[in-house]
Design a binder for this molecule. Structure first.
Ligand code: ADP
Ligand code: MG
Length: 444
Protein backbone atom coordinates (compact mmCIF):
# COMPACT_ATOMS: atom_id res chain seq x y z
CA UNK A 1 0.00 0.00 0.00
CA UNK A 2 2.83 2.36 0.85
CA UNK A 3 4.43 1.60 -2.50
CA UNK A 4 1.25 2.58 -4.32
CA UNK A 5 1.01 5.79 -2.29
CA UNK A 6 4.63 6.58 -3.03
CA UNK A 7 4.06 6.02 -6.70
CA UNK A 8 1.04 8.36 -6.67
CA UNK A 9 3.10 10.99 -4.88
CA UNK A 10 5.96 10.71 -7.39
CA UNK A 11 3.50 10.94 -10.25
CA UNK A 12 2.01 14.11 -8.80
CA UNK A 13 5.45 15.67 -8.38
CA UNK A 14 6.29 14.67 -11.94
CA UNK A 15 3.13 16.24 -13.33
CA UNK A 16 3.45 19.36 -11.22
CA UNK A 17 7.19 20.02 -10.84
CA UNK A 18 6.52 23.39 -9.20
CA UNK A 19 5.05 21.62 -6.20
CA UNK A 20 8.27 19.75 -5.52
CA UNK A 21 10.29 22.96 -5.80
CA UNK A 22 8.41 24.52 -2.92
CA UNK A 23 7.31 21.61 -0.77
CA UNK A 24 8.49 18.33 0.59
CA UNK A 25 5.53 16.00 0.20
CA UNK A 26 5.60 13.45 3.00
CA UNK A 27 2.63 11.13 2.93
CA UNK A 28 -1.00 10.70 2.07
CA UNK A 29 -3.27 11.89 4.87
CA UNK A 30 -6.70 11.69 3.34
CA UNK A 31 -8.70 10.58 0.41
CA UNK A 32 -12.20 11.35 -0.75
CA UNK A 33 -14.21 10.87 -3.91
CA UNK A 34 -12.77 13.96 -5.52
CA UNK A 35 -9.30 14.26 -4.15
CA UNK A 36 -6.25 12.88 -2.45
CA UNK A 37 -4.72 14.93 0.35
CA UNK A 38 -1.01 14.88 1.25
CA UNK A 39 0.99 16.26 4.12
CA UNK A 40 3.60 18.74 3.01
CA UNK A 41 6.17 21.08 4.54
CA UNK A 42 8.18 23.92 3.07
CA UNK A 43 11.45 22.86 1.45
CA UNK A 44 13.06 25.91 3.03
CA UNK A 45 12.18 24.44 6.42
CA UNK A 46 13.81 21.10 5.64
CA UNK A 47 16.65 21.62 8.10
CA UNK A 48 14.36 22.70 10.93
CA UNK A 49 13.23 20.31 13.66
CA UNK A 50 9.73 18.88 13.07
CA UNK A 51 8.08 21.17 15.58
CA UNK A 52 9.31 24.28 13.81
CA UNK A 53 8.37 23.26 10.31
CA UNK A 54 5.32 24.80 8.69
CA UNK A 55 2.91 22.08 7.68
CA UNK A 56 0.38 22.07 4.88
CA UNK A 57 -2.39 19.90 3.55
CA UNK A 58 -1.95 19.54 -0.19
CA UNK A 59 -5.23 18.62 -1.85
CA UNK A 60 -4.81 17.09 -5.28
CA UNK A 61 -8.11 17.21 -7.14
CA UNK A 62 -9.03 14.33 -9.38
CA UNK A 63 -8.37 15.37 -12.97
CA UNK A 64 -11.89 14.42 -14.00
CA UNK A 65 -13.47 17.02 -11.71
CA UNK A 66 -15.32 19.65 -13.69
CA UNK A 67 -13.35 22.90 -13.95
CA UNK A 68 -16.38 24.90 -12.84
CA UNK A 69 -16.54 22.79 -9.70
CA UNK A 70 -12.88 23.30 -8.95
CA UNK A 71 -13.21 27.01 -9.57
CA UNK A 72 -16.16 27.20 -7.22
CA UNK A 73 -14.33 25.30 -4.48
CA UNK A 74 -11.37 27.65 -4.82
CA UNK A 75 -13.63 30.72 -4.75
CA UNK A 76 -15.25 29.46 -1.55
CA UNK A 77 -11.87 28.99 0.09
CA UNK A 78 -10.66 32.41 -1.04
CA UNK A 79 -13.80 34.34 -0.18
CA UNK A 80 -14.75 32.76 3.12
CA UNK A 81 -11.71 30.86 4.31
CA UNK A 82 -9.12 31.67 6.89
CA UNK A 83 -11.44 32.65 9.72
CA UNK A 84 -14.35 31.51 11.85
CA UNK A 85 -13.08 27.92 11.74
CA UNK A 86 -13.24 27.75 7.96
CA UNK A 87 -10.18 26.48 6.10
CA UNK A 88 -8.30 29.00 3.95
CA UNK A 89 -6.12 28.44 0.94
CA UNK A 90 -2.47 29.47 0.83
CA UNK A 91 -1.66 28.65 -2.74
CA UNK A 92 -3.11 26.99 -5.79
CA UNK A 93 -0.85 25.35 -8.35
CA UNK A 94 -1.83 24.03 -11.71
CA UNK A 95 -0.19 22.41 -14.66
CA UNK A 96 -2.58 21.25 -17.38
CA UNK A 97 -5.16 19.13 -15.60
CA UNK A 98 -3.14 18.67 -12.41
CA UNK A 99 -4.42 21.02 -9.75
CA UNK A 100 -3.56 21.27 -6.07
CA UNK A 101 -4.80 23.52 -3.29
CA UNK A 102 -2.28 24.13 -0.54
CA UNK A 103 -3.97 24.72 2.81
CA UNK A 104 -2.83 25.01 6.42
CA UNK A 105 -2.57 21.60 8.04
CA UNK A 106 -4.48 20.77 11.19
CA UNK A 107 -3.67 17.58 13.08
CA UNK A 108 -6.83 15.63 13.86
CA UNK A 109 -8.11 12.20 14.73
CA UNK A 110 -10.96 10.13 13.44
CA UNK A 111 -14.36 11.06 14.86
CA UNK A 112 -14.99 7.45 15.86
CA UNK A 113 -12.04 7.71 18.28
CA UNK A 114 -13.63 10.45 20.38
CA UNK A 115 -17.36 10.32 19.65
CA UNK A 116 -18.03 8.35 22.82
CA UNK A 117 -15.83 10.21 25.25
CA UNK A 118 -16.59 13.88 24.91
CA UNK A 119 -18.25 15.35 27.99
CA UNK A 120 -20.97 17.99 27.91
CA UNK A 121 -18.54 20.91 27.95
CA UNK A 122 -16.47 19.49 25.11
CA UNK A 123 -19.60 18.81 23.06
CA UNK A 124 -20.71 22.37 23.71
CA UNK A 125 -17.41 23.77 22.45
CA UNK A 126 -17.34 21.46 19.45
CA UNK A 127 -20.89 22.29 18.37
CA UNK A 128 -20.29 26.00 18.93
CA UNK A 129 -17.23 25.85 16.67
CA UNK A 130 -19.14 23.97 13.97
CA UNK A 131 -22.10 26.36 14.08
CA UNK A 132 -19.84 29.43 14.04
CA UNK A 133 -18.28 28.06 10.83
CA UNK A 134 -21.74 27.40 9.38
CA UNK A 135 -23.05 30.84 10.31
CA UNK A 136 -20.05 32.34 8.51
CA UNK A 137 -20.50 30.21 5.38
CA UNK A 138 -24.26 30.81 5.31
CA UNK A 139 -23.78 34.58 5.60
CA UNK A 140 -22.27 34.38 2.10
CA UNK A 141 -25.36 32.65 0.77
CA UNK A 142 -23.48 29.38 0.43
CA UNK A 143 -24.59 25.90 1.48
CA UNK A 144 -21.68 23.60 2.30
CA UNK A 145 -23.79 20.49 1.56
CA UNK A 146 -21.35 17.98 2.99
CA UNK A 147 -21.28 18.66 6.71
CA UNK A 148 -19.99 15.56 8.51
CA UNK A 149 -17.20 14.81 10.93
CA UNK A 150 -14.60 13.97 8.27
CA UNK A 151 -15.07 17.48 6.85
CA UNK A 152 -14.90 19.19 10.25
CA UNK A 153 -11.41 18.57 11.51
CA UNK A 154 -10.86 18.69 15.24
CA UNK A 155 -7.47 19.14 16.83
CA UNK A 156 -8.51 17.94 20.24
CA UNK A 157 -5.28 18.75 22.04
CA UNK A 158 -5.34 22.41 21.06
CA UNK A 159 -9.13 22.73 20.76
CA UNK A 160 -8.84 23.95 17.18
CA UNK A 161 -11.42 23.28 14.52
CA UNK A 162 -11.53 23.61 10.74
CA UNK A 163 -14.38 23.16 8.34
CA UNK A 164 -12.92 21.81 5.09
CA UNK A 165 -14.05 20.48 1.72
CA UNK A 166 -16.15 22.92 -0.28
CA UNK A 167 -16.23 20.48 -3.17
CA UNK A 168 -20.03 20.23 -3.05
CA UNK A 169 -20.78 23.75 -1.87
CA UNK A 170 -23.58 25.55 -3.61
CA UNK A 171 -25.06 29.01 -3.71
CA UNK A 172 -28.49 29.33 -2.22
CA UNK A 173 -31.07 30.52 -4.65
CA UNK A 174 -33.86 31.20 -2.21
CA UNK A 175 -31.81 32.97 0.43
CA UNK A 176 -29.77 35.86 -0.90
CA UNK A 177 -26.93 36.91 1.38
CA UNK A 178 -28.15 39.37 4.01
CA UNK A 179 -27.37 43.00 3.35
CA UNK A 180 -24.87 43.03 6.18
CA UNK A 181 -23.02 39.95 4.94
CA UNK A 182 -19.30 40.50 5.19
CA UNK A 183 -17.74 41.60 1.93
CA UNK A 184 -14.74 39.92 0.46
CA UNK A 185 -12.40 42.62 1.65
CA UNK A 186 -13.59 42.40 5.22
CA UNK A 187 -11.00 39.71 5.72
CA UNK A 188 -8.14 42.21 5.56
CA UNK A 189 -9.35 44.22 8.51
CA UNK A 190 -10.63 41.22 10.38
CA UNK A 191 -7.87 38.75 10.28
CA UNK A 192 -4.54 40.47 9.92
CA UNK A 193 -2.73 37.47 11.33
CA UNK A 194 -3.89 35.18 8.59
CA UNK A 195 -3.16 37.58 5.78
CA UNK A 196 0.18 38.53 7.18
CA UNK A 197 1.06 34.85 7.38
CA UNK A 198 0.03 34.30 3.81
CA UNK A 199 1.94 37.32 2.58
CA UNK A 200 5.00 36.21 4.49
CA UNK A 201 4.77 32.83 2.82
CA UNK A 202 4.35 34.42 -0.60
CA UNK A 203 7.27 36.74 -0.05
CA UNK A 204 9.56 34.11 1.31
CA UNK A 205 8.79 31.89 -1.64
CA UNK A 206 9.30 34.69 -4.13
CA UNK A 207 12.54 35.71 -2.50
CA UNK A 208 13.84 32.30 -3.45
CA UNK A 209 12.89 32.92 -7.04
CA UNK A 210 10.08 30.41 -6.95
CA UNK A 211 7.18 31.22 -9.21
CA UNK A 212 4.39 30.83 -6.71
CA UNK A 213 1.48 31.67 -8.98
CA UNK A 214 -0.80 33.29 -6.43
CA UNK A 215 -4.11 31.46 -6.54
CA UNK A 216 -4.83 30.55 -10.12
CA UNK A 217 -8.30 29.90 -11.34
CA UNK A 218 -8.15 26.88 -13.59
CA UNK A 219 -8.97 27.50 -17.23
CA UNK A 220 -12.35 26.25 -18.18
CA UNK A 221 -11.27 24.76 -21.43
CA UNK A 222 -8.79 22.21 -20.21
CA UNK A 223 -11.22 19.44 -19.50
CA UNK A 224 -14.03 17.92 -21.47
CA UNK A 225 -17.48 18.72 -20.23
CA UNK A 226 -19.48 15.99 -18.60
CA UNK A 227 -22.44 15.06 -20.74
CA UNK A 228 -25.67 14.27 -19.00
CA UNK A 229 -27.81 12.24 -21.40
CA UNK A 230 -31.15 13.86 -22.05
CA UNK A 231 -34.07 11.74 -20.94
CA UNK A 232 -36.40 10.58 -23.60
CA UNK A 233 -39.72 11.81 -22.39
CA UNK A 234 -42.59 10.73 -24.60
CA UNK A 235 -45.17 13.44 -25.21
CA UNK A 236 -48.39 12.68 -23.43
CA UNK A 237 -51.64 12.49 -25.37
CA UNK A 238 -53.78 15.62 -25.01
CA UNK A 239 -55.70 15.52 -21.75
CA UNK A 240 -53.91 12.44 -20.52
CA UNK A 241 -51.42 14.29 -18.43
CA UNK A 242 -52.04 18.02 -18.63
CA UNK A 243 -48.67 19.58 -18.04
CA UNK A 244 -48.73 21.56 -14.87
CA UNK A 245 -51.96 20.04 -13.62
CA UNK A 246 -49.84 17.93 -11.29
CA UNK A 247 -52.43 15.22 -11.05
CA UNK A 248 -53.23 12.55 -13.58
CA UNK A 249 -56.55 10.81 -14.10
CA UNK A 250 -54.85 7.54 -13.31
CA UNK A 251 -54.37 8.55 -9.68
CA UNK A 252 -56.34 6.24 -7.45
CA UNK A 253 -57.20 3.94 -10.34
CA UNK A 254 -55.03 1.20 -8.92
CA UNK A 255 -52.28 1.60 -11.46
CA UNK A 256 -50.10 4.11 -13.22
CA UNK A 257 -50.85 5.21 -16.77
CA UNK A 258 -48.19 5.16 -19.44
CA UNK A 259 -47.77 8.92 -19.41
CA UNK A 260 -47.27 8.94 -15.67
CA UNK A 261 -44.85 6.05 -15.86
CA UNK A 262 -42.85 8.06 -18.34
CA UNK A 263 -42.83 11.21 -16.21
CA UNK A 264 -39.29 12.11 -15.44
CA UNK A 265 -38.31 11.47 -11.86
CA UNK A 266 -38.24 14.61 -9.75
CA UNK A 267 -34.87 16.24 -10.00
CA UNK A 268 -33.27 18.15 -7.21
CA UNK A 269 -29.77 18.53 -5.86
CA UNK A 270 -28.89 15.56 -3.71
CA UNK A 271 -25.17 16.11 -3.30
CA UNK A 272 -24.03 15.16 0.16
CA UNK A 273 -23.30 12.07 2.19
CA UNK A 274 -25.79 9.36 3.08
CA UNK A 275 -26.78 9.59 6.71
CA UNK A 276 -26.48 13.39 6.76
CA UNK A 277 -29.18 14.25 4.20
CA UNK A 278 -32.24 16.08 5.52
CA UNK A 279 -35.82 15.20 4.55
CA UNK A 280 -36.00 17.94 1.88
CA UNK A 281 -33.05 16.37 0.06
CA UNK A 282 -34.31 12.79 0.44
CA UNK A 283 -37.71 13.94 -0.80
CA UNK A 284 -36.08 15.71 -3.74
CA UNK A 285 -37.57 19.06 -2.92
CA UNK A 286 -36.24 21.78 -5.19
CA UNK A 287 -36.38 24.17 -2.23
CA UNK A 288 -33.12 23.51 -0.44
CA UNK A 289 -31.30 26.11 1.58
CA UNK A 290 -28.76 26.53 4.32
CA UNK A 291 -30.91 24.39 6.65
CA UNK A 292 -29.48 21.40 4.78
CA UNK A 293 -26.28 22.07 6.74
CA UNK A 294 -27.89 22.68 10.13
CA UNK A 295 -29.69 19.34 9.82
CA UNK A 296 -26.34 17.64 9.26
CA UNK A 297 -24.98 19.47 12.32
CA UNK A 298 -27.94 17.98 14.20
CA UNK A 299 -26.93 14.50 13.06
CA UNK A 300 -23.41 15.16 14.35
CA UNK A 301 -24.84 16.30 17.71
CA UNK A 302 -27.05 13.20 17.88
CA UNK A 303 -23.92 11.09 17.37
CA UNK A 304 -22.10 12.89 20.17
CA UNK A 305 -25.03 12.49 22.57
CA UNK A 306 -25.66 8.83 21.85
CA UNK A 307 -22.04 7.78 21.20
CA UNK A 308 -23.29 6.17 18.05
CA UNK A 309 -21.49 6.73 14.76
CA UNK A 310 -22.68 6.60 12.09
CA UNK A 311 -25.96 7.68 13.61
CA UNK A 312 -28.00 6.75 10.52
CA UNK A 313 -26.95 3.68 8.63
CA UNK A 314 -29.32 3.39 5.66
CA UNK A 315 -27.68 2.71 2.32
CA UNK A 316 -30.19 4.40 0.02
CA UNK A 317 -32.65 7.29 0.07
CA UNK A 318 -35.77 5.20 0.66
CA UNK A 319 -34.26 3.33 3.61
CA UNK A 320 -32.94 6.64 4.86
CA UNK A 321 -36.51 7.99 4.87
CA UNK A 322 -37.64 4.89 6.76
CA UNK A 323 -34.92 5.51 9.32
CA UNK A 324 -36.09 9.10 9.68
CA UNK A 325 -39.66 7.88 10.17
CA UNK A 326 -38.43 5.62 12.95
CA UNK A 327 -36.69 8.45 14.73
CA UNK A 328 -39.06 11.35 14.11
CA UNK A 329 -42.33 9.46 13.83
CA UNK A 330 -44.32 8.84 10.67
CA UNK A 331 -46.75 11.73 11.21
CA UNK A 332 -44.17 14.54 11.44
CA UNK A 333 -42.45 13.14 8.36
CA UNK A 334 -45.73 12.85 6.46
CA UNK A 335 -46.58 16.45 7.33
CA UNK A 336 -43.15 17.57 6.18
CA UNK A 337 -43.54 15.73 2.89
CA UNK A 338 -46.94 17.34 2.41
CA UNK A 339 -45.53 20.81 3.07
CA UNK A 340 -42.85 20.14 0.46
CA UNK A 341 -45.39 18.96 -2.09
CA UNK A 342 -44.53 15.28 -1.72
CA UNK A 343 -46.41 12.31 -0.40
CA UNK A 344 -45.12 9.53 1.80
CA UNK A 345 -46.96 6.28 2.30
CA UNK A 346 -45.86 4.05 5.15
CA UNK A 347 -47.07 0.58 6.00
CA UNK A 348 -47.28 1.30 9.72
CA UNK A 349 -47.43 4.25 12.06
CA UNK A 350 -44.41 5.02 14.16
CA UNK A 351 -44.49 7.24 17.16
CA UNK A 352 -40.87 8.23 16.92
CA UNK A 353 -38.00 7.71 19.32
CA UNK A 354 -36.94 9.80 22.26
CA UNK A 355 -33.34 10.90 21.75
CA UNK A 356 -32.93 11.27 25.53
CA UNK A 357 -33.94 7.67 26.16
CA UNK A 358 -31.87 6.51 23.22
CA UNK A 359 -28.78 8.25 24.58
CA UNK A 360 -29.33 6.83 28.05
CA UNK A 361 -29.80 3.34 26.62
CA UNK A 362 -26.89 3.42 24.20
CA UNK A 363 -24.52 4.86 26.77
CA UNK A 364 -25.51 2.55 29.60
CA UNK A 365 -27.37 -0.56 28.48
CA UNK A 366 -30.46 -1.35 30.55
CA UNK A 367 -30.07 -4.03 33.22
CA UNK A 368 -30.91 -7.50 32.00
CA UNK A 369 -33.69 -8.13 34.48
CA UNK A 370 -36.87 -6.11 34.14
CA UNK A 371 -37.84 -4.66 37.52
CA UNK A 372 -41.56 -4.20 37.03
CA UNK A 373 -43.15 -5.80 34.01
CA UNK A 374 -46.42 -4.13 34.93
CA UNK A 375 -44.94 -0.81 33.84
CA UNK A 376 -45.12 -1.64 30.15
CA UNK A 377 -45.30 1.26 27.70
CA UNK A 378 -48.78 1.57 26.22
CA UNK A 379 -47.37 2.22 22.74
CA UNK A 380 -44.49 -0.13 22.18
CA UNK A 381 -45.50 -2.56 24.96
CA UNK A 382 -41.97 -3.13 26.15
CA UNK A 383 -41.20 -2.61 29.84
CA UNK A 384 -41.06 1.09 30.60
CA UNK A 385 -37.36 1.06 31.45
CA UNK A 386 -36.60 -0.27 27.99
CA UNK A 387 -39.09 1.80 26.04
CA UNK A 388 -37.61 4.39 23.69
CA UNK A 389 -40.89 6.02 22.66
CA UNK A 390 -41.07 9.74 22.22
CA UNK A 391 -43.03 11.40 25.00
CA UNK A 392 -45.77 13.38 23.31
CA UNK A 393 -47.07 14.91 26.50
CA UNK A 394 -43.96 16.94 27.09
CA UNK A 395 -43.79 20.24 25.19
CA UNK A 396 -40.64 20.30 23.08
CA UNK A 397 -39.63 23.74 24.30
CA UNK A 398 -39.50 22.87 27.98
CA UNK A 399 -35.92 22.36 29.09
CA UNK A 400 -35.36 20.74 32.45
CA UNK A 401 -31.67 21.03 33.22
CA UNK A 402 -32.15 19.72 36.74
CA UNK A 403 -31.89 16.27 35.20
CA UNK A 404 -28.84 15.05 33.40
CA UNK A 405 -29.23 12.38 30.76
CA UNK A 406 -26.24 10.22 30.00
CA UNK A 407 -24.11 13.04 31.43
CA UNK A 408 -25.64 15.75 29.24
CA UNK A 409 -27.97 18.57 30.21
CA UNK A 410 -31.51 18.40 28.95
CA UNK A 411 -30.82 21.48 26.79
CA UNK A 412 -28.39 19.49 24.61
CA UNK A 413 -31.26 17.20 23.59
CA UNK A 414 -33.59 20.14 23.11
CA UNK A 415 -31.09 21.69 20.69
CA UNK A 416 -30.71 18.39 18.82
CA UNK A 417 -34.49 18.37 18.31
CA UNK A 418 -34.37 21.90 16.87
CA UNK A 419 -31.64 20.94 14.42
CA UNK A 420 -33.32 17.65 13.51
CA UNK A 421 -36.62 19.38 12.88
CA UNK A 422 -37.96 17.74 9.70
CA UNK A 423 -39.55 20.86 8.22
CA UNK A 424 -36.72 23.06 6.91
CA UNK A 425 -38.65 26.30 7.47
CA UNK A 426 -38.89 25.50 11.18
CA UNK A 427 -35.42 24.09 11.60
CA UNK A 428 -32.94 26.29 13.44
CA UNK A 429 -30.43 28.35 11.52
CA UNK A 430 -26.82 28.32 12.71
CA UNK A 431 -27.37 31.73 14.31
CA UNK A 432 -30.43 30.58 16.27
CA UNK A 433 -28.67 27.44 17.36
CA UNK A 434 -25.82 29.53 18.75
CA UNK A 435 -28.39 31.45 20.80
CA UNK A 436 -29.89 28.24 22.20
CA UNK A 437 -29.45 27.74 25.96
CA UNK A 438 -27.21 24.68 25.48
CA UNK A 439 -24.63 26.79 23.66
CA UNK A 440 -25.31 30.33 24.82
CA UNK A 441 -26.07 29.76 28.49
CA UNK A 442 -24.52 26.51 29.61
CA UNK A 443 -26.03 25.20 32.82
CA UNK A 444 -29.07 27.47 32.56
P1 ADP B 1 -12.63 15.23 -0.38
O1 ADP B 1 -13.35 16.25 -1.22
O2 ADP B 1 -11.89 14.28 -1.22
O3 ADP B 1 -13.48 14.61 0.67
P2 ADP B 1 -11.38 16.79 1.78
O4 ADP B 1 -11.06 18.22 1.56
O5 ADP B 1 -12.57 16.48 2.63
O6 ADP B 1 -11.47 16.06 0.37
O7 ADP B 1 -10.13 16.07 2.41
C1 ADP B 1 -10.12 14.68 2.64
C2 ADP B 1 -9.45 14.37 3.96
O8 ADP B 1 -8.11 14.89 3.97
C3 ADP B 1 -10.12 15.00 5.17
O9 ADP B 1 -11.17 14.20 5.67
C4 ADP B 1 -8.95 15.08 6.15
O10 ADP B 1 -8.73 13.85 6.80
C5 ADP B 1 -7.77 15.37 5.25
N1 ADP B 1 -7.57 16.83 5.21
C6 ADP B 1 -8.14 17.70 4.36
N2 ADP B 1 -7.76 18.97 4.63
C7 ADP B 1 -6.94 18.91 5.69
C8 ADP B 1 -6.20 19.88 6.47
N3 ADP B 1 -6.24 21.17 6.18
N4 ADP B 1 -5.47 19.43 7.50
C9 ADP B 1 -5.39 18.13 7.79
N5 ADP B 1 -6.03 17.17 7.10
C10 ADP B 1 -6.80 17.54 6.06
MG1 MG C 1 -14.35 15.39 2.42
Amino acid sequence: KLDVENEQMQELLHKLPKLGKIFDVHKKIGEGTFSTVYLGSLKMDAALPEEHKRWFAIKHLVPTAHPARIEHELRCLQDMGGKHNVIGVELCLRNLDTIVFVMPYIPHRKFSEYVGDMDAEEVRQYMTALLVALRHVHSFGVIHRDIKPSNFLYDRENRRYLLVDFGLAQRTTSEPPPADAPRKRARDEDEPAHDAKRMALDLSLRARGVDTVAPVVPRRTILPKVQIPKQNIPKSAPGEWPPGAGRCACAGAGGVCSACAARPAARAPRAGTQGFRPPEVLLKSPRQGTRVDTWAAGVVLASLLTARYPFFRAADDVSALAELADLLGTEPLRRTAHALGRRIVTSSRRRGLCLRKLAARLRSPAPACAPAAALACAHCRVPAHQCLCRDDTRPADVIDNSVSIAGFPDSAFALAAKLLEPLPSERYSAQRALEHPFLAAPGA
